[in-house]
Design a protein around this ligand. Structure first.
Ligand code: SAH
Length: 251
């Protein structure tokens, strides 16, 4: 059936796209991808005659025009986003435009960089007795964040946090986090998770900003915060594995 598919390309490693996403890319007539972050290697399966466009220089009107035109010709369009499209993917506005045009679409999820980053850190974000909550957020910038969701107010929960789109402003991030986390709280910055050039910088609230600056990481990175991300954190909580510890559901 001709329609538009919004596809999560995954975090970078071309093997981290879903089978479903890859199959749609392999049969699509038109592929529009976010060139700044989507690894072009995920498009290697595209048909030789597929039209492939980088959305970097396009506005919403232009991408919509291409998608609508493709479907009206009875063809299949793949709109490829980095990670999972539901996280800072700007798909809501695109879907609203397709709704207006009466064009159907499907969203195919992807592996968010949040999870590729957690895999790189080899940590359990929801570590029992440490945190059972993960907050995915960003610091306010040109795109404002609602006041009730300021980093400082979210920090008050002390939960595990994954901060997108903010590594260029480490000083402001740390200042906001200080209101809720102690200075020795572990922080890790993961640059280009799952790409060959992946880098991890580990530190604490007290020293992460200077470490990230020395490493020269200013974009395409995530900031992980909380005791759950500390290497070896399990040793401190080994009683979970104690035979005396009675529990009903360990996953
Ligand atoms: N939808 C994407 C996020 C898009 S917003 C997802 O689910 O991952 C773009 C931001 O995501 C970047 O500024 C960076 O903070 C983060 N990001 C995307 N890919 C990344 C990767 N491979 N490693 C680390 N951070 C990444």
């Amino acid at each position: 059936m001709s329609q538009v598919f919004f596809i999560g390309a995954g975090p970078g490693d071309p093997d981290l796209i879903t089978v479903k996403g890859r199959d749609i890319i392999a049969r699509a007539d038109l592929i529009i991808y976010a060139g700044s972050l989507v690894n072009p290697a995920v498009l290697a399966v595209a048909r030789p005659d597929a039209r492939i466009e980088d959305s970097a220089g396009m506005d919403l009107a232009r991408t919509t025009e291409l998608l609508v035109g493709c479907v009206r010709e009875g063809k299949v369009a793949a709109r490829v986003h980095t990670g999972d499209p539901s996280i800072y993917g700007a798909i809501a506005e695109q879907m609203a435009e397709l709704d207006k045009a009466g064009i159907g679409y499907t969203v195919v999820p992807g592996v968010s960089s949040a999870f590729a980053g957690a895999a790189a850190l080899k940590c359990e974000l929801t570590l029992p007795e440490v945190s059972q909550t993960v907050i995915l957020t960003r610091i306010g910038g040109r795109t404002p964040v609602p006041e009730k969701e300021s980093l400082a107010s979210l920090a008050a929960h002390g939960a595990t946090m994954v901060i997108f789109l903010s590594v260029g402003e480490m000083d402001r991030v740390v200042e906001a986090l200080r209101t809720g986390y102690t200075d020795d709280t572990p922080v890790a910055v993961v640059y280009k998770a799952s790409w060959p050039e992946e880098k991890i910088v580990r530190g604490t609230i007290a020293d992460i900003a200077s470490k990230v600056e020395s490493a020269g990481l200013a974009k395409t990175a995530l900031i992980f915060v909380g005791r759950a991300i500390a290497p070896g954190v399990m040793q401190a909580y080994s009683k979970l594995y104690d035979s005396e510890f009675r529990h009903g559901y360990r996953g």
